[in-house]
Write a protein that binds this ligand. Structure first.
Ligand code: HPA
Length: 236
């Protein structure tokens, strides 16, 4: 493969990013992950403030990076990671709004599949709709790890919307289809992984409930994030 690095969006050279990358929407989360969990983290990207670091976790080389908000943003970063940096595994650790009565703030959602109102998949010109799914081995490992750690979790479909502020809220319709939660990035991650023959998993903690109106306090958010990281780092 011709070396296309650095890219317009990632200032690293090929080889500076690990084959496994854990990503969060907020680049400051990536900084926090690097400082808290990685041994010898080295900053490899500052372009657009989308901080990325490579270090080791229990001796295993791993990178952590921000991906921004929404499908176009995660689409760009994960495309470049898979196709220009030889990345084979990406785990997103994000937040989601619950639309399921049994899913409460702090619970973990593992996105086995991701429904969307985005047209990201139209680029493949498939004669139907593509079903974006998680990598089975990663998903199975995440379930085992959550069980082992005693964390509350659900596995199923998420709905990934392009419109955080939607003029015609459609939550009830997705709810009828047993979709668990709303987030904004999983399908682009899963489609880029599928197209590149690589692996992806989206883990989300419930930050708010669109059913009960519950919200997370700053302290809860931190604790919940730690649980999600325990699962992500426990399966790499
Ligand atoms: N909508 C979309 N993304 C989200 C939400 C939501 O309600 N909560 C957390 N991420």
């Amino acid at each position: 493969m011709a070396d296309k690095t650095p890219t317009p969006h990632i200032g690293a050279k090929r080889g500076e990013i690990a084959s496994t990358v854990i990503m969060a929407g907020d680049p400051l989360r990536a900084k926090m992950m690097a400082e808290r969990y990685l041994e010898n983290p080295v900053l490899y990207n500052q372009v657009r403030g989308m901080l990325g670091y490579t270090g080791t976790y229990k001796g295993k080389r791993v990178s952590v990076q921000g991906h921004g908000m929404g499908i176009p943003s995660i689409g760009i970063y994960t495309y470049e990671l898979y196709n220009f940096y030889d990345v084979d595994t990406i785990i997103r650790v994000g937040s989601a709004g619950s639309i399921h009565p049994d899913l409460h703030v702090g619970d973990l959602v593992m996105a086995m599949g991701a429904c969307t109102n985005s047209t990201y998949g139209a680029q493949y010109h498939l004669p139907g709709t593509f079903a974006p799914i998680a990598d089975f081995d990663l998903l199975r490992a995440a379930v085992q790890k959550a069980e082992e750690l005693g964390y509350r979790y659900k596995v199923g479909n998420v709905y990934s919307t392009d419109t955080f502020y939607d003029d015609t809220p459609d939550t009830a319709l997705w709810q009828k289809m047993n979709v668990l939660a709303i987030e904004m990035e999983a399908p682009a991650l899963y489609m880029n992984a599928a197209r590149a023959g690589a692996r992806a998993l989206c883990l989300c903690t419930i930050s708010d409930s669109l059913i009960t109106g519950e919200e997370t306090t700053a302290e809860e958010r931190q604790n919940n994030f730690t649980q999600m990281m325990d699962v992500a780092l426990g399966i790499i």
